[in-house]
Design a binder for this molecule. Structure first.
Ligand code: DAT
Ligand code: MG
Length: 151
C-alpha cells in the first residue's frame, strides 16, 4: 500500500482546552498509525513557512498571534487516504459550517479558534511533515494491527 501522510496539528486552544487525548483518540480509533508526535512552541519563521499561501490574507496577523499564543501538538499520521479522511474528521474551516461528529463541529465555534490543522493535499502532507519534523523524528514502524485494519 502506498504510504500517505498527513500533518495534523492541535492548535494552542486545543492544547489549553485539554482536547489532545480526544483528537489523538479519533485518529487512533479510525485505524491510522502515528508516525511522529511532539509538543512545541512554534516560532514566527516556522509558522510563516507553514502558512505561506495565506501571507497576503487580511486575517494573517491574527492567525499568527493565535498560533504563537501557546504550544501546539505536532503529529504525523499515516494510512489509507489519511489526507482527505483527516480533513473530513476535522470538519470545515469555519466551525459553524462543520458537521456534528467532526472535531471542529463538536468542540469549536469561531474560525480563529478552530482547534486543529490538517494537510489539504498529499503534497502538503509531505511538505508539512518535513517542515515540522526532522527525518529522524518520523518513525518507520509497522503496526501490529495492520492486518486487522487493512484487508
Ligand atoms: P484550514 O485550516 O481548514 O485548512 P485554511 O488553510 O484556509 O483553512 O486557513 C488556515 C487557518 O487560517 C484556518 O484554520 C483558520 C484561519 N482562517 C482561514 N480563513 C479565515 C477567515 N476567513 N477568517 C479568519 N481566520 C481564517
Ligand atoms: Mg489549510
Amino acid at each position: 500500500m502506498a504510504m500517505e501522510r498527513s500533518y495534523i496539528m492541535i492548535k494552542p486552544d486545543g492544547v489549553q482546552r485539554g482536547l489532545v487525548g480526544e483528537i489523538i483518540s479519533r485518529f487512533e480509533k479510525r485505524g491510522y498509525k502515528l508516525a511522529a508526535m511532539k509538543l512545541k512552541q512554534a516560532d514566527e519563521d516556522l509558522l510563516k513557512e507553514h502558512y505561506r499561501d495565506l501571507a497576503s490574507k487580511p486575517f494573517f496577523p491574527k492567525l499568527m498571534g493565535y498560533m504563537l499564543s501557546g504550544p501546539v501538538v505536532c503529529m504525523c499520521w499515516e494510512g489509507k487516504d489519511v489526507v482527505a479522511q483527516g480533513r473530513k474528521m476535522l470538519g470545515a474551516t469555519n466551525p459553524l459550517e462543520s458537521a456534528p461528529g467532526t472535531i471542529r463541529g463538536d468542540f469549536s465555534l469561531d474560525v480563529g479558534r478552530n482547534i486543529c490543522h490538517g494537510s489539504d493535499s498529499v503534497d502538503s502532507g509531505k511538505r508539512e511533515s518535513e517542515l515540522w519534523f526532522s527525518p529522524a523524528e518520523i518513525v518507520d514502524n509497522e503496526s501490529a494491527l495492520k492486518d486487522w485494519i487493512y484487508e
